[in-house]
Design a protein around this ligand. Sequence first.
Ligand code: ZN
Ligand code: ZN
Length: 367
Amino acid sequence: MKNRSYYEELGVQPDATAEQIKSAYRRLAKKYHPDLNSGDRLAEDRFKRISEAYRILSDPTQRRAFHEKERVRAKSKAASQKQSSESFFDYFKSAWKTGFGSYTAEQTANVPRRGKDLKITLEIDELELARGIKKRVMIKRDGPCSVCGGTGRKPGSSPVQCKICLGIGEVPTSKQGKTVFVTCTNCKGKGFIVRERCLQCGGKGIARGKIPLTIDVPAGTKADEVMTIKAQGNIGTGGTAAGNLKVMIVSTQNNYFAPRGDDLIYDYAINLKELLTGGEIEVPTPDEKIKLSIQPGLKQGKILKVKGKGLLNSNGLHGDLLVRISYHLPEKITPRASELIDELISLKGWSPKKDRKGFIKKSTNDH
Ligand SMILES: [Zn+2]
Ligand SMILES: [Zn+2]
């Protein structure tokens, strides 16, 4: 016995209520009951088919399974040409035409939509970009409504199964002579109808909100690169997929280091005392502070190399930290500073020896 005939057997519409199915069965069962049609093989057969149709259609689970089966059958390419599917479709189509006006595959404007992609710009300094970083950001996006949890229903109320698609969310229609299933417009693909809407979101199940998100920017990500993070955009309607989050990377300069290949350059300006006496200076590395001993009399541009404190390269080795020395001199000599300098150079050994004429005699080592 073919499934397609269940509704036809009972002479009811596919969206018939349980009561309509029951009364149709009662009426037909009385008419074709074997007791009233003794010896009539045709009536006996009809009675069997009516009973079978009623057995399936009166049980919501079986009725739904029957629709689902038909949907799968229509979707499979081989089965799409089968008579049974076509007839099933024709039957549905006529029911919808009479009940809801014409229903075609093109009428899908109001169906669920995948969530929109979102775009954000993420500023990352060049050092973090080279080393890789996990950035925590706040994203403004459409997410599930916090009151109804995204169902669109008033909390505590129950959804009602869609009587058109019987909870499947799709209905058969014809496209170029083939039966295809399209989103049910009655329930917008949800398979159920919301009778009492959530007051917070008006039944959409969606609310705009700010959510924290940790974005993992891998080492070696380039400036102006656009990363795509799947399904972190706006959520879709009707249970469809969320959009993606596109993250545009913008590189900013690091406050301390200038990357040079795997090495990092750090500029250190020594003051007068450090120039004259040397000593210990403190410099940053990407991870910590370290102390370096310096000799007196360092030349400008001198590079002090700190091994292995640069960037990790693709061979798994670290470059170096290069501390580049410059001199720090005051922009302006105040009267007080001038006094101190006068005092300093008046000390023994702070000024070159001059003869009576006021000149500096040439060094005996020079030629
Ligand atoms: Zn809501
Ligand atoms: Zn539906």
